[in-house]
Ligand binder design. Structure first.
Ligand SMILES: [Zn+2]
Length: 60
């Protein structure tokens, strides 16, 4: 099962986003699970689908 990124880069402002409701000690999540991230700088929320598949080819 995949491990969510600890941080992602905010598309809007380039800031750092941290996961909401998930902590590194929680470990791996189910494939396809959605983990929300919150931008530290602009406070935007990003829902990221966690997947084992190549993240560079999202299946929207
Ligand atoms: Zn931002």
């Amino acid at each position: 099962m995949p491990l969510p990124d600890l941080t992602i880069t905010c598309v809007d402002c380039g800031g750092v986003c941290y996961p909401l409701g998930w902590h590194p000690e929680d470990g791996e999540v189910d494939d396809g699970e959605v983990v929300p991230y919150r931008c530290r700088d602009c406070n935007d929320r990003w829902d990221v689908v966690i997947s084992d598949e190549d993240a560079s080819a999202p299946d929207y």
